[in-house]
Design a protein around this ligand. Structure first.
Ligand code: COA
Length: 246
């Protein structure tokens, strides 16, 4: 791992701690060949190339450390049908790996219902602009298509963090174009077409990485959809309440 990446990791961990509730866990592990994971986990990547086995192990070790931080025993984390880690009942979390480092976040579902994280090394040797039709819908192409390369990378990274929170809910293959993003400075909201679930997130460029973290929180979802406070989907008080307060 190069110096710039190494310097960025502690900054990213600090950011994640700021973005997450205090009870949540954060851990990073460098991808080296000496990491020890459970045999059931190693089995999942037995036929993969060495590099993939190493990044997988780093992700699992980071996730095990997160479990320990929230007082769950270290245990095998298998894989669901769509590639996501299967967390113990009562826990949500996410794993990302990039350029020799793995980062995991986790929390009890009583704290936050779903978490997603994505790390992207901005020194990629392909153009996110050229690939935009793969991850932007037609409407987004019109809205975001002229953004600078770095902003397109950020948009992609946000969408990947959102896939990780939506995936276990929709339980089917997801296309990044199905996720509609609204960005406001360093925050974003993501909605999946046809799914009543809005993820919220934070992102930051920490050279050479962009990090994006998405979460789904039932209470704020109820608030934003008006389920608890008699609001409509736009957050307006329903007629009676609105009239009363007028
Ligand atoms: C799935 C996806 C988000 C992974 O992100 P990535 O940037 O390629 O890779 P990252 O290193 O950031 O993350 C990889 C980790 O994400 C996790 N992950 C993979 N698929 C996941 C899913 N469907 N839901 C939640 N987490 C997932 C895994 O822990 C994986 O690491 P592991 O295999 O070592 O356990 C990305 O490939 C993607 O968006 N693909 C397009 C849509 C797609 O493939 N959908 C299929 C799933 S519905």
């Amino acid at each position: 791992m190069d110096d710039l990446s190494q310097q960025a990791v502690p900054l990213i961990l600090n950011l994640l701690r700021q973005w997450l509730p205090a009870e949540a866990a954060v851990a990073s592990v460098l991808a080296t060949s000496e990491l020890s994971i459970f045999p059931e986990e190693s089995q999942l990547v037995l036929s993969s190339v060495a590099h993939r086995q190493t990044e997988f192990a780093a992700g699992r070790v980071a996730a095990h450390r997160c479990l320990e931080q929230i007082d769950y025993p270290r245990q095998p984390l298998l894989r669901d049908d769509f590639g996501g880690p299967v967390w113990p009942v009562g826990v949500t979390g996410s794993i990302t790996h990039e350029s020799g480092v793995a980062i995991s976040i986790a929390a009890r579902v009583s704290t936050v219902q779903k978490l997603g994280i994505d790390l992207l090394d901005t020194r990629r040797d392909f153009s996110f602009r050229e690939l935009a039709p793969i991850y932007l819908s037609q409407q987004e192409m019109e809205k975001f298509g002229t953004l600078a390369e770095r902003d397109l990378q950020a948009l992609f990274c946000m969408k990947e963090s959102l896939v990780k929170i939506f995936s276990s809910h929709v339980k089917r293959y997801m296309d990044l174009k199905e996720i509609v993003i609204t960005i406001e400075n360093d925050s974003f909201l993501g909605q999946m077409v046809g799914v009543d679930m809005t993820g919220k997130g934070r992102w930051k460029h920490v050279p050479p990485f962009i990090v994006a973290m998405a979460s789904f929180d039932l209470e704020s979802h109820k608030l934003s959809t008006g389920e608890r406070q008699g609001q409509d989907n736009c957050g307006n008080q329903q007629r009676q309440g609105a009239d009363e307060s007028a």
